[in-house]
Design a binder for this molecule. Structure first.
Ligand code: C5P
Ligand code: MG
Length: 166
């Protein structure tokens, strides 16, 4: 067994009257994201990155949006489930890097809260969880304020790992 990398991406439409939840943190805003769950696009991208690293399908396979159980539910539970699957497969997460692409509002004041929320959910130190923010410079659906995207990569290693690599 060796280290593995996983990649995740997600997009949600912007919707008036919905909460804007990113990494489990509610950001004060007059709009939010449309979705079956709480539409936490950042948690979804990280969840898919973990599932990708262990080749365990994708978030829609584990939590179909046709299933009433997941309606309005908090996406940190999807993330926790992906971490549990990784542990069951014999892996631990080394680090996560992620980017949220959203034209507005400014998110940087919420970075630490998001990192801590995600890290707590994944059983990691906040130092192992990076969250970055970008606008789309006014271009395309994100730039026009119609959607939000998130991207993530994770690195995982065997639970018993270090001894094997030395
Ligand atoms: O996209 P751009 O390079 O113009 O972003 C400049 C900075 O603004 C980034 O470093 C990022 O931290 C911050 N930002 C933010 N919230 C956003 C988009 C960008 O805080 N929604
Ligand atoms: Mg999603």
């Amino acid at each position: 067994m060796t280290q593995k990398v996983g990649q995740g991406w997600d997009v949600h439409r912007i919707a008036a009257g919905r909460p804007l939840i990113l990494g489990g943190i509610t950001v004060p805003c007059e709009f939010g994201l449309h979705g079956h769950s709480d539409a936490d696009v950042l948690s979804h991208a990280i969840t898919d990155a973990i599932l990708g690293a262990i080749a365990a399908g994708d978030i829609g396979m584990h939590f179909p949006d046709t299933d009433a159980r997941w309606k309005g539910c908090g996406s940190l539970q999807f993330l926790r489930h992906a971490c549990d699957l990784a542990a069951r497969a014999g892996y631990r997460i080394l680090n996560v890097d992620s980017t949220v692409i959203l034209e507005r509002p400014k998110l940087k004041d919420y970075r630490l809260a998001m990192r801590e929320s995600l890290a707590k959910t994944m059983g990691l130190d906040a130092g192992a969880v990076s969250v970055k923010f970008k606008t789309a410079e006014g271009v395309g659906p994100v730039g026009e304020g119609r959607s939000a995207e998130a991207q993530a990569v994770v690195l995982i290693a065997p639970l018993s790992g270090l001894a094997e690599q030395i």
